[in-house]
Design a protein around this ligand. Structure first.
Ligand code: SF4
Ligand code: SF4
Length: 219
C-alpha cells in the first residue's frame, strides 16, 4: 500500500497533487482495480440484481411500484387525505355543518371562509350561508377534519383538481362544490364513516332510553 506523507508541508496542495499523481502512476494495476473497479462492479451487480428481480416481484414485495397513470391507478389507502369536503345526510340541504366556525379559526393558512345563515327575522340559523375554501392555499393538514365537533368536514381522496384559473370555477370552492353525500364518505372512508354512524346510533339510543320519571297521582 502506498504511504502518503502524514503532514501537509508548507508547499501546500500542489505538493499533495504531485504525491498523489505519482502514487497513482506507480501503483500496481490490481491495486486500482481493488479501489475503484471491484467496488464499483459490486455496486453495479447489486443494482442490476434489484433492477431485474423487481420485475418479478409484486409491489409489496419490493417489486416495481410505478403505475401507468392515468390508465392505471394505485389503490388509495383509507386515510389518504388531500382536500376537504362537506358532508350532507340524505339531500344537500341537510348539511351536517352548523357554521360554528371552529375549522375556520383553527385552519393554519386561513383558507376557510364561513358566514352563518339567518332567517327572515335576521336570527342566526345553525347552517352555513357561505362556506368557501381556497384550495390553492389549503396545505392539506387535515386540522379542519380533526377539530370539527359535528363530523361535517373530511379530507377527500380526489387529487385531480388542476385548473387554469384561481378564482370563479378555479381553486376557490364554494359550498355547492364542497358538498358530498354521507354515502360518498362511506365509500372512501368506510372505517371512519361506520364509526361515526355507530356513535350517532348509540347517542340516539341513549336519548330514547332516558325514561321520564313516573308521574304521581294528582290530588
Ligand atoms: S386541510 Fe388544513 S389548510 Fe386545508 S382547509 Fe383544512 S385546516 Fe385549512
Ligand atoms: S365544518 Fe365543522 S367545524 Fe367547520 S363550521 Fe362546520 S360544523 Fe363547525
Amino acid at each position: 500500500m502506498t504511504n502518503f506523507p502524514s503532514k501537509r508541508k508548507s508547499s501546500g496542495i500542489k505538493q499533495w497533487d504531485h504525491v498523489y499523481t505519482s502514487s497513482v502512476q506507480n501503483a500496481p494495476s490490481h491495486h486500482w482495480l481493488k479501489i475503484f473497479g471491484a467496488g464499483a462492479l459490486k455496486g453495479m451487480v447489486v443494482t442490476l440484481k434489484n433492477f431485474v428481480t423487481s420485475y418479478f416481484r409484486k409491489p409489496d414485495q419490493g417489486g416495481i411500484f410505478t403505475v401507468q397513470y392515468p390508465e392505471e391507478r394505485y389503490p388509495e389507502i383509507e386515510n389518504y387525505r388531500n382536500l376537504p369536503f362537506l358532508v350532507y345526510d340524505g339531500s344537500p340541504d341537510k348539511v351536517r355543518c352548523v357554521a360554528c366556525g371552529i375549522c375556520e379559526r383553527e385552519c393554519p393558512p386561513k383558507c376557510i371562509y364561513i358566514t352563518m345563515e339567518t332567517d327572515v327575522a335576521g336570527k342566526p340559523v345553525r347552517k352555513p350561508a357561505v362556506f368557501d375554501i381556497d384550495y390553492a392555499v389549503c396545505m392539506n393538514c387535515g386540522i379542519c377534519e380533526e377539530v370539527c365537533p359535528f363530523d361535517s368536514i373530511f379530507m377527500d381522496h380526489v387529487f385531480e383538481i388542476a385548473s387554469p384559473r384561481r378564482i370563479d370555477t378555479g381553486m376557490i370552492r364554494h359550498q355547492e362544490d364542497l358538498l358530498k353525500s354521507s354515502e360518498y364518505l362511506q365509500k372512501i372512508r368506510p372505517k371512519t364513516a361506520t364509526m361515526i354512524d355507530e356513535k350517532k346510533r348509540a347517542a340516539e339510543e341513549k336519548k330514547k332510553a332516558v325514561v321520564k320519571p313516573p308521574q304521581g297521582p294528582t290530588v
